[in-house]
Write a protein that binds this ligand. Structure first.
Ligand SMILES: [Zn+2]
Length: 238
């Protein structure tokens, strides 16, 4: 708010500042006649801080506005207040930088951690070849060439035994040969390639501790499950 009221323009603000400066120069040159004694330091500090508790009708304001020594004190105090504010601003800026650096560091750590987690969750591709295993109904598949899978999410492709039918298969990893203790299971459609039927699906074997299991295949129509010995290994030792 200026002496010209609310609607002051920039030019008016500049004029007002000029008037203030002129007045200040005259006061500091000792050209004004202050009335009354100099007020105490506390009052001057209040003026320097533009304290709202000082009444504009206080005669000490009039004195300070016209006394060279009081005005000098107030100007020095103003300067100190401004430099304190600047220090505070620098301090705040520095604190902000520390916080930003901290957040950035935390974010980088989280991203790295996230990437590592993602890497450890990314499925491992594996192919199990059952092509040469016994496939006639009722015939137990003998000892296989060792089938082993890691204790991890696995993108599994199974080459089904010779003469396997096309269609949907239920693929499961179980504790025993009777289908008990299912670790995980999923449906997949067989697709023919090079005269072989293959099924592909993702199986999450993370919950399986290293050990002996069975991999089973069950055709949707004949419902007979075939079990193949399966070894699950710790991911690290795969
Ligand atoms: Zn004075």
């Amino acid at each position: 708010m200026s002496i010209f009221g609310r609607e002051s323009s920039r030019a008016e603000d500049r004029f007002e500042a000029w008037l203030k400066r002129m007045h200040q120069e005259r006061v500091l040159a000792g050209e004004m006649e202050p009335t009354g004694p100099c007020p105490d330091e506390t009052f001057l500090r209040g003026l320097a801080r533009r304290s709202k508790s000082i009444s504009l009708s206080d005669p000490r304001i009039d004195h300070a506005a016209n006394c060279a020594s009081c005005m000098n004190r107030i100007l020095t105090m103003r300067q100190n207040i401004r430099s304190d504010r600047r220090k505070l601003a620098y301090g705040l800026a520095a604190a902000c930088l520390v916080v930003i650096a901290g957040v950035a560091g935390w974010f980088r750590y989280e991203m790295q951690h996230h990437r590592q987690t993602m890497a450890s969750v990314a499925p491992v591709s594996a192919t199990v070849d059952l092509w040469n295993t016994g496939t006639y109904r009722g015939e137990q598949p003998g000892q296989l060439q060792s089938v082993s899978l890691p204790s991890a999410p696995v993108r599994l492709t199974i080459i089904l035994p010779r003469f396997s039918s096309p269609g949907q298969y239920l693929i499961a990893v179980t504790r025993d040969q009777s289908g008990n203790g299912v670790i995980t299971e999923g449906f997949a459609s067989a697709t023919a390639s090079n005269g072989q039927e293959r099924v592909s699906l993702e199986l999450d074997l993370r919950s399986a501790k290293a050990g002996e299991y069975f991999l089973s295949t069950t055709h949707e129509q004949d419902q007979a499950a075939y079990y193949y010995p399966l070894q699950i290994k710790d991911r690290a030792s795969k």
